[in-house]
Design a protein around this ligand. Sequence first.
Ligand SMILES: [Zn+2]
Length: 387
Amino acid sequence: MRALTYHGHHDVRIETVDDPTIQQPDDIIVKVTTAGICGADLHLYRGKNSPMKLGDILGQEFIGEVVETGPEVTSVRKGDRVVVPSVIACGRCFFCKRGQHAACETTAGRDGGQSDRHIPPRAALFGFGHAHGAIPGGHAEYVRVPHGNVGPRPILDSLTDEQAIFLGSSLPASYQAAVEAGIGPGHSVAIFGAGPVGLLAAACARMLGAEQIFVIDHHPYRLAFAEKHYDAHTINFDEVDAPEQEIISRTAGRRGVDTVIDAVGFEAKGSTLETVLSKIKLEPGSSIALRQCLAAVRRGGHVSISGAYWGTTSNVALTEAFDRGVTLTMGQAHVHPYLSELQEHIAKGALQPEKIISHGMSLEEAAAGYLIFDRKEEECRKVILRP
Ligand SMILES: [Zn+2]
């Protein structure tokens, strides 16, 4: 089959590789019909200390058709059109029973990688190399999906591929951030970062009834999109030195916003990051986006972190967070618990994630898709690939 493989820093290639096969009795094989390139894929693409090894297949967000099932698979059948969560969970462990699928402690195995506290690694992820279970990803014609009875979920007939593609990763990440923050009618929300997750978070906040939405980024075309589609107040941090002060000055009583969503995160020092963090004119490798988030939220408010943080994060303003009584939630999206309700929201038209797609390309053009998305060329918001 054809697949997008990793060859080093900023070097991904479409190659012919072996077709995946059933390895466990509850595996399925999915023929990918649509895949998305996510910000998390870019972390791997850019990273100088990537967990990827030569030839690893990328891609955490994909949907497709079940073409083969192991003998113990009962929840999906050949021919089913399914979304596959980026998080691979067993459905039976301590965490899965609590709906915390991203913490599944059985799937990453010895390649769990990043656990440094003598606790079990968190769940394996598709296409994340040797930090998360070494499971080949979905930027390919076919994918082996472990735990076929737990992860893959049939897609409602009324949803197009362009709508359903977001269900596997980026939409649950945005939705979890919004729901955990308790966003509701009349709330004020500030979203740092207008990449796919930030834009989808704005869509979720709007759906949940938020009244005032701020979006902070430095790409004018993305800010314009947020303004047009989510009626957001936008702040370009290339033009405004202290976005948090700008936000506060526009909230009732100068209290700050009820909720902040950090859809930027952190990239380890030495890797790229043309993002809010480094562009905000403070030292690279700091936790400044998070400090700005903590500075923009009101007393008793909520900061929800969906952007990935890797490595050591210093200088977080915990004194300020304590003083304000801030609630912090964060982490990889659990995906599985949200799939039914998100499909319903899309089917009703309450969420229209497909609007953020700016580029549709063939799998053969995937390397160009990564380049365009990474460089923010051609007003790129979201690239989808069709094998
Ligand atoms: Zn589990």
